[in-house]
Ligand binder design. Sequence first.
Ligand code: PEP
Ligand code: MN
Length: 360
Amino acid sequence: MENKKEMRTWLNDFNLTHPFVIAGPCSAETEEQVLKIAHELKDSDVSVFRAGIWKPRTRPGGFEGVGEIGLKWLKKAKEETGLLMGTEVANAAHVKLALEYDIDVLWVGARTTVNPFAMQELADALQGTKKIVLVKNPVNPDLSLWLGGVERLYNAGIEKLGVIHRGFSTYEKTKYRNIPEWQIAIELQNRFPDLPLLIDPSHITGDRDMILEVTQEALDLNYDGMIIETHYDPDNAWSDAAQQVTPTALKQIFVDLKVRKVNDASDEFTQKMAKLRANIDVLDANLLELLGKRMKVADEIGQVKKDANVAVLQNKRWNEILGKMILEGEKKGLTEEFVLKMFKAIHQESIGHQDKVLNA
Ligand code: PEP
Ligand code: MN
């Protein structure tokens, strides 16, 4: 990773020439494991060593973390390597212990961010701390809930705040463990341009082979850094085995990642972009014009259905349209996912128009 990236707020204090990196195992397992991984990560682009001490498991019976003794190992790892230490906290008792052991970065997990009572408990326990506190997105795609958690911490006088994008749960199986829904992180940047934003490609992908691609996508969207699960023996990790990478693989990821500049002030770049953006503006205007026309036809259809007293939703016809459009879209280089999303939105709007006519 080369190219100095302009960082948001407190991240600049690290004086890095590359994005900010947190790495380490999903869970602290043994003292030897913690120390071995920490030593393999020192003298790399990693600033903070991560290890889960208390593990929130979806179902009981899994490995729930080693607890307080793991904090002793982290303290030792810090003394031996000089790396900062980070772990997840989910309640006031965790915070108290983490602060006692001088943990530098405390993050709130996705299953905790969803719960305003838990967030308030954490904010109260962390009141005024100078430590770095990072908030993962909640498991459900709700930007307000995510920001609400950040606000509670902000109101508790915590200055070094940031967010981690780790993707969202879905009922349907996708190629991701947790789908990114990038637009949520984009909107977050629009609303809070100064809030440091990290990507967690490990929990988004659930698959070590996809880590590079998702991290690159995040850097292309101006993220400040990453948190990547790293273990010297990923396949035998006690939690999240499939998504962890080895320290060697992580360092290769650093080599492969391309860090882009936020902007380029040169005339050549400015002119080329202005031309292309003018083109996009015209096309966007055309799109809106067309969509407006399409909805006028929908109004007419609504009138015909009203006269004949026929229901708005015609599922057979709708499925035919979708199938056809996916094929047509493919020919034009559009992904099935996008075509589906777009036509579902158009259909929804069209139903709204027809409904209004039918019930006028
Ligand atoms: C983790 O970081 O190991 C973890 C449990 O993450 P999340 O809260 O994103 O599931
Ligand atoms: Mn994990």
